[in-house]
Design a protein around this ligand. Sequence first.
Ligand code: ADP
Ligand code: MG
Length: 233
Amino acid sequence: MIKITGLHKSYHIGKNSLHVLKGINFNVNEGELVAIMGSSGSGKSTLLNIIGMLDVADEGIYTLDDNLIKDMDETKSAQYRNKFLGFIFQSFNLINYKTALENIALPLYYKGLKRMERQEIAMEYLTKVGLADWATHLPSELSGGQKQRVAIARAMVTQPKVLLADELTGALDSKTSTEVMDLIQKINAEGKTILVVTHEEDIAMMCKRIVRLKDGVIVEDKVVNQIKATTHV
Ligand code: ADP
Ligand code: MG
């Protein structure tokens, strides 16, 4: 699904440059649940943003579902993002004046679906994340865990091939974090490929594989959980 070879990325601030990714080789197969671990500043978000086509590498080869991701204009990369990728962020990024259902339905609006169809599909995903009764509530009326569930439903509603989550439990207490990760495991058990960036060991341990970044290189890549997440469903 994802193939990365010899990936490099530097940031340039004035005369200074910071070499953040120094030759990353990394493949992800369909159906994997991978944690990208590392301390703050180790380049996790930089790597995830390149995978998510929100940023581009300086060097290296990246293919996503057999498509070479290279030299794309903004229109084309937006098309690919919409087709292949769903994003989940630490701060949820919900629209405050829209209800839970409307937030989930929004990506379908951009896909050009009719109103009824959008509402129907959005409701299906709201139900999937256990919030069917919260459809008409605004984000301000939801707990952190509920907001993140809405964000997960929104990321899934267009049926992307891969879900990318950057510190998705970073704003949640540990009990809620575990519940959100239970949901992530359940979605993965249904076949979705998921990448979770985290600096928290216990969150990474709830994935099936841990890739550890340090000083711009992968220092460890190990399988942690061969127990089928289906036991949680
Ligand atoms: P992580 O997600 O692991 O905390 P990041 O990928 O966000 O790490 O950042 C890696 C390094 O790159 C950090 O030192 C950070 O300050 C720097 N960095 C990240 N984004 C930028 C940017 N847009 N411009 C300059 N430096 C950046
Ligand atoms: Mg980060």
